[in-house]
Every structure is written in C-alpha cells, then in structure tokens.
Design a binder for this molecule. Structure first.
Ligand code: IMP
Ligand code: MG
Length: 183
C-alpha cells in the first residue's frame, strides 16, 4: 500500500486517483440509465465538492445535462465524531417541484445527513430524490436510508482526501486515504 507523509501524519492510500476515475465512469453510466427528468444535482457540501465535480463531468460524458445547486449541511463540525444533529448552513435556491433530484455526498455513515436532505427535498415536492455517495461505511446506519449509487464500500476507518477533511486539513489530496497515527 502506498502512503505519503504530511505534517507528521502518515496517510495510507485506500482508493487511488485512477481507481476513483475509472469507477466514476461506470457510476455515471448507472445514473444515466435511470433516465432522469429535469435532473438537478445537489452536492452536499463541503466534503463532496471534489467528488461532485468529477462525477458531473463523468455524467456529461454519459450524456446527461443536469443543473447543479448546492447545499451546505453540517453534522460533524471540526470533530471526528458525528454529533447526530444536522444544520442547514446553506440551502438551494432552485425550484424543485416535480423534478428528479440527485443528492451527492462524500460518505454515507449513520445516514443522518442524507436522510435529512432527502426528507427536506421530498417535502418540497421533488418527483424523486436519489443519492450518489463516494463511500459507504457499513455498520453505523442509524437512519433508514440506502444510497442509490455508491462508488466504493469503505473500511471502518477515518478517511481524508478527495474533498474530505480532518479538522479542515487534507481536502486537496487527489486520493482517498486513511490517517495513521505514528508515535
Ligand atoms: P452521516 O450523517 O453519519 O452519514 O455522516 C456522513 C458525513 O460525516 C459525511 O458526509 C462526512 O462529511 C462525515 N464523515 C463521516 N465519516 C467520515 C470520515 O471518515 N472522514 C471525514 N468525514 C467523515
Ligand atoms: Mg459530508
């Protein structure tokens, strides 16, 4: 397994740039096969911004023509443990009545973030609300939600990179990695 060192942290690569880009191509084809109507893609920021940017371009190559709007939700704050509470820090301003919505998030863990966003958009009259996640971490689901499209199943480790952070660090890494404590 390859790893890099940043500021005294060792970061082991879990999913490489190449693996992610290959997988996103098939994910986009899978999404296109659902034949969405007036598709609005809603990345749930901040952690999903790199995944969403790459997925949207893969969706273009798969023949889709979505609109995009952003939501900022916070359930983690700067801590490594989920607080269980979800706050809307920024809402979408697009009309969603009767539209097919695709929520895009980095990780599905307890499911509270996605379940919250899904309920919110469904209550506003979306025709359908589906979800695409980069990673699914099994074993922690607290909300009854399943990702409709998932790139990778992830081991039960705290991961960073490809948009995801640990206390605001490491979002710029082009791969998904695990921070290993070294003494
Ligand atoms: P859920 O509401 O428990 O499903 O939490 C999912 C959110 O928690 C993700 O969108 C991430 O922002 C954050 N999260 C969960 N696990 C990790 C991790 O290993 N690294 C970084 N963020 C994480
Ligand atoms: Mg998130």
């Amino acid at each position: 397994m390859s790893s890099i060192k940043i500021d005294g942290h060792r970061i082991d690569v879990l999913f490489s740039e190449d693996q992610i880009s290959e997988r996103l191509k098939s994910l986009a084809v899978e999404i296109a096969a659902t034949k969405p109507n007036r598709l609005l893609v809603v990345p749930v920021l901040k952690g999903s911004f790199v995944f969403a940017a790459d997925l949207l371009r893969a969706m273009h190559h798969a023949g889709l023509t979505p609109e995009v709007d952003f939501m900022i939700l916070s359930s983690y704050r700067a801590a490594m443990k989920s607080s269980g509470k979800v706050d809307v820090l920024r809402d979408i301003d697009s009309e969603i009545q009767g539209r097919d919505i695709l929520l895009v998030d980095d990780i599905l863990e307890s499911g509270r973030t996605l379940a919250f966003a899904k309920d919110l958009l469904a209550a506003r009259g979306a025709k359908s609300v589906r979800s695409a996640v980069l990673l699914f971490k099994p074993g922690h689901l607290a909300a009854s939600i399943k990702a409709d499209h998932c790139a990778f199943e992830c081991p039960d480790l705290f991961v960073v990179g490809y948009g995801m952070d640990m206390a605001h660090q490491f979002r710029e890494l082009p791969f998904v990695g695990h921070v290993v404590k070294e003494d």
